[in-house]
Design a binder for this molecule. Structure first.
Ligand code: B3K
Ligand code: ZN
Length: 844
């Protein structure tokens, strides 16, 4: 496979003035004609006329009306072209009905739809399929389907055809087409400047009742982007379509967003509070791409974080504004540690802006997205809110309609603030999670913090230079009062000291407030100090973090030394839970424990070999101890968590239900499933139904309810995904593989559907002790299914290789078993480029 390098970027030799496409939709033989007006690009030297094209049957091609015979390869074509402007015309045939990779034009339940990002447009027609080639598109669709959509505004129609025109120049990856038997949930939005926009959420008949929430989320997103970023929508219509077969969450195609139905369809009966919140965030995310991604796009795919990091950052701001900012921050950090830290600290580590790839689809990662968003959060902290706003205004004004780079992005901040961001830029080029060690000194009223940073080597990057790390610090006095408000320390050197003078007594520092930088803080501190912060920290993130650190400390001690659970943790959590002034959602988070995979990572970092079974056992013991310790408090908390009003998926109600669910989990360990059975019986929404069902399964008592649940929901594919996933994720370590195998034999295990595949195999990989069971059966089961899926859908297969990335943490026996599976996959004849790259990077 060939490797593409950032350093090799050159502009395309031609500009595209306009694109006109026609589609004649036939399941096995769709004809696509393209009329493309090219002219030489004055900025480019190389005049090679190369058009990407994969899996296309060329019917004919003309230049300026004359037949031409281009030279074809499996990647595309080259052709001799005139010196000046010319019109390229081609006709190709494609087979959407047999496109199981779900990239390009494919079919899902009888409906045509597309996914072009990153390089799928080349499976539709011959084109310079690169994001820096931007053009306006006119699209005519011929077919006998009731609804036929493309980007932009509807511009014409006739018997059996419709035409769409998108006036905004865009790269081909934002092209979309949808055609099928669909119904719309419609609404309208008036923009700040008075433009009327028709909004439609298109779904399959039968799903109409699952649209209202998504539509509200869309309108909130549109208003928010006007109010907070001054960005208005720019077409007469905004369409969203729900599709069942989709490789990821959703796609921001201009004016025609396409969503995995799991990421947009919602109703209280069938969706959990978590689903609602995620849907709201994804709708916002795709909508926000209209400016950060579409109006201003990426010059090349190495710049992916330019649009993704920024858009994730924007959707996090949106969720924080609509819901609870501390709860959102804590949830984001939990997610970052669970998904991005393993990537950054293992064989798949890559910079936020990677410098090479074989298959770009493998770089839609937590590093590009979530660490990319953290980098923007740091930039905003460093320059301040006002300068951030000014820089963004300048970014939109200066770069509208362009395909940009990280250099362009940083330049607007430099121009607005006068700050040199050369060192800051290392956040984009150096992989790995920096570690910050803390030392403190106290003498005569002066408190000194000395911070030392280091970033471990990552693939291809043995040595790291110091980065600028914004460390938010506050100081608490001995009685718990805050004696120094939050202040931002800028750690720029490898080792640097910061002093605080005029203090009456030695303070307790609260470091990295709000998780002000995506780093690992190395700090040896006492249980007393952690308990003190858990009781008194005024920063909600760090207060939670203190509880988390205590939990981690006690779990590690239990695992390594066989120590009993730490009373200071149990008492500290108890006081927090007693405090009714605290948001129930926040208290629910306080009841959470570090994930088992995260514990394995920490053990490994500290020189121990993690034993998944011992980790599982310690978590079980701690949970049981918590249940017993908090026993008297639990009924009161349970009562506090009850919601009397009709179901609303908002922060207030879902916070109560989150607390209720956490409390039920503990009560369950004492009453053996009695309350859970009662709650299951009266649950009138999916959140309560699923949390009760989960508790019953854990109590070993859920068989009847599991069967009843299936009967109740067998016609709802999204709920049945939950039914599959729950059983695997809650199975005990020794049963996990058995449960998963059993489910893969179920009639409803439609493994070609990515959601269903992930429901079982994704849940297997997430069940730490089950997946890493000493038999190795988890490894071979996952490998079996990856091998089966690869020829059908390389993209989803490659993504699902990630669970193997942590393999070097474990003992020699497990490493050997995983290596065997990795080698077995790598040896498969005809393995896709996607999976080949992932396996070879993981294997190292
Ligand atoms: N931009 C798309 C992701 C495309 C993934 C291609 N493998 C969704 C998003 O980030 O909004
Ligand atoms: Zn995105």
């Amino acid at each position: 496979p060939t490797t593409v390098y950032l350093k090799d970027y050159t502009p395309f030799g031609y500009l595209v003035d306009s694109v006109s496409l026609t589609f004649d939709l036939v399941p096995n033989a769709t004809r696509v004609t393209a009329r493309i007006a090219f002219r030489p690009n004055p900025e480019a030297q190389d005049r090679t006329f190369f058009l990407h094209g994969e899996g296309l049957k060329l019917i004919g091609a003309q230049i300026d009306g004359q037949d031409v015979k281009p030279e074809l390869t499996d990647q595309g074509l080259t052709c001799d072209v005139p010196d000046g402007p010319f019109l390229w015309e081609s006709e190709v045939e494609i087979d959407p009905a047999n496109n199981t990779a779900l990239e390009g034009l494919y079919m899902s339940n009888g409906m045509y739809c597309t996914q072009c990002e990153a390089e799928g447009f080349r499976k539709i027609t011959f084109y310079p399929d690169r994001p820096d080639v931007m053009s306006t598109f006119t699209v005519r669709i011929y077919g006998d389907l009731p609804v036929m959509l493309s980007n932009g505004n509807p511009s014409d129609s006739g018997d059996g055809w419709v035409e769409w025109t998108d006036p905004w120049p865009k790269p081909a990856y934002l092209f979309a087409l949808v055609a099928g038997d669909l119904v719309a949930h419609s609404d309208r939005f008036t923009t700040a400047s008075g433009q009327e926009v028709d909004l439609n959420l298109w779904v399959r008949p039968g799903d109409e009742h699952k649209c209202a929430f998504g539509m509200e989320a869309l309108k909130k997103s549109m208003r928010w982007d006007e109010e907070v970023y001054g960005r208005e929508y720019d077409l007469d219509v905004f369409n969203i379509v729900a599709v069942d077969d989709f490789n990821m969450g959703a796609m921001e195609n201009k004016g025609l967003n396409i969503f995995n139905s799991a990421a947009v369809l919602a109703s209280p009966d069938t969706s959990t509070d978590g689903n609602f919140e995620r849907i709201e965030a994804i709708i916002a995310h795709e909508y926000f791409h209209n400016w950060t991604g579409n109006r201003i796009t990426c010059r090349d795919w190495f710049q992916l974080c330019l649009k993704e990091g920024l858009t994730v950052f924007r959707d996090s701001q949106f969720t924080s504004d609509l819901r609870s900012a501390p709860v959102k921050r804590i949830s984001d950090v939990i997610d970052l540690r669970a998904r991005q830290f393993p990537e950054d600290n293992g064989p798949l580590a890559h910079p936020v802006r990677p410098e090479s790839f074989q298959e770009i689809n493998n770089f839609y990662t937590a590093t590009v997205y979530e660490k990319g968003a953290e980098v923007i959060g740091m930039l905003k902290r460093l320059v301040g809110d006002a300068a951030y706003a000014e820089a963004l205004d300048l970014y939109f004004a200066r770069h509208d309609g362009q395909a940009c780079t990280i250099e362009d992005w940083l330049k607007v901040f430099e121009d607005v603030t006068g700050r040199d961001l050369a060192q800051f830029k290392r956040w984009y080029s150096q992989a790995g999670t920096p570690r910050v060690a803390v030392e403190e000194r106290w003498a005569e009223g002066t408190y000194t913090l000395t911070l030392t940073q280091s970033t471990p080597p990552t693939p291809d990057q043995p040595d790291k230079a110091p980065q600028v790390i914004p460390v938010a610090v506050g100081l608490l006095g001995p009685n718990g009062d805050e004696v120094r408000e939050t202040q931002l320390l800028e750690l720029t050197e490898e080792r640097q000291s910061f002093t605080f003078e005029g203090l009456a007594a030695k303070p307790v520092p609260s470091i990295l407030r709000g998780f002000s930088a995506p780093v690992i803080l190395d700090r040896e501190t006492t249980t007393e100090e952690r308990a003190f912060l858990l009781a008194h920290d005024t920063d909600p993130f760090n207060r939670w973090e203190a509880g988390r650190a205590l939990a981690q400390h006690t779990l590690l001690d239990m695992i390594v030394n066989g120590t009993p659970p730490e009373p200071a943790y149990l008492d500290g959590i108890q006081s927090v839970l007693r405090d009714e002034a605290l948001d129930p959602a926040y208290r629910a988070l306080m009841l959470g424990l570090p994930g088992q995979s995260e514990l394995a990572a920490t053990l490994h970092e500290r020189g121990h070999t993690p034993d998944p079974m011992a980790i599982w056992q310690a978590v079980e013991t701690l949970r049981q101890t918590m249940a017993e310790h908090l026993q008297d408090l639990l009924p009161r908390l349970h009562a506090e968590a009850q919601v009397d009003a009709p179901y609303r998926p908002d922060a207030e109600q879902s916070g109560k239900r989150a607390l209720g669910s956490a409390v039920l989990g503990l009560i369950n360990r004492i009453d053996g499933g009695v309350l859970a059975a009662e709650e299951y019986g009266k649950a009138d929404n999916m959140t309560l139904q699923l949390s009760a069902l989960g508790a019953l399964i854990r109590a070993g008592k859920g068989a009847g309810q599991l069967a009843a649940f299936y009967d109740q929901w067998k016609d709802d594919r999204l709920v049945i995904d939950k039914w599959f996933g729950l059983q695997v994720s809650l199975a005990e370590p020794a049963d996990t593989v058995k449960v998963a195998v059993h489910l893969t034999r179920h009639d409803d295990f439609n493994w070609k559907n990515p959601n269903r595949f992930r429901a079982v195999l994704g849940a297997l990989a997430m069940n730490h002790a089950g997946f890493h069971h000493e038999s190795g059966a988890g490894y071979s089961l996952l490998a079996d299914w990856l091998l089966r899926l690869d020829p059908v859908n390389p993209q989803t297969t490659a993504r699902m290789c990630a669970p193997f990335q942590t393999w070097k943490r474990y003992d020699a026996k497990r490493q050997e078993m995983i290596a065997e599976q990795l080698d077995r996959i790598a040896a498969a004849p005809g393995l896709s480029r996607d999976t080949t790259e992932m396996i070879s990077r993981i294997r190292g």
